[in-house]
Design a protein around this ligand. Structure first.
Ligand SMILES: [Zn+2]
Length: 119
């Protein structure tokens, strides 16, 4: 059944405390993470490091049967790019919401970016 219960929240909590800042290595705490959206088992979270203030995005899957798994987090190179970008604002969050609402594909497809070749 479609139950979004405490079990999933516990998974998310467990997941978050296992993520470390890609720049300084500090573990995130719940206060450092904002859940932007979730679509099925895909959760999108924004994180802000309390130590070095680096911002990033975390994509994770949460399923009933398996341990929570981070499927994509930002690399130091990406973090460097993020730091040059303006802070995440409401428009960015809206973009992610709209993107996920319109997204109807496979998660692997999304992350690997296997777009059809041009021409
Ligand atoms: Zn940090």
């Amino acid at each position: 059944m479609n139950s979004e219960g405490p079990a999933k929240r516990r998974f998310i909590r467990q997941l978050i405390t296992n993520i470390r800042c890609g720049v300084c290595g500090r573990r995130y705490e719940l206060d450092d993470v904002r859940i932007l959206n979730h679509q099925g088992d895909l959760w999108v979270m924004s994180v802000t490091c309390p130590n070095c203030q680096t911002q990033g995005l975390v994509f994770a899957t949460v399923t009933e049967a398996e341990e929570p798994e981070v499927i994509a987090d930002v690399t130091p190179e990406e973090l460097a790019r993020f730091q040059e970008m303006p802070q995440i604002n409401a428009d960015d969050v809206l973009d992610i919401h709209e993107f996920l609402e319109g997204f109807d594909g496979d998660l692997v497809e999304l992350l690997e970016g296997n777009f059809p070749p041009e021409g």
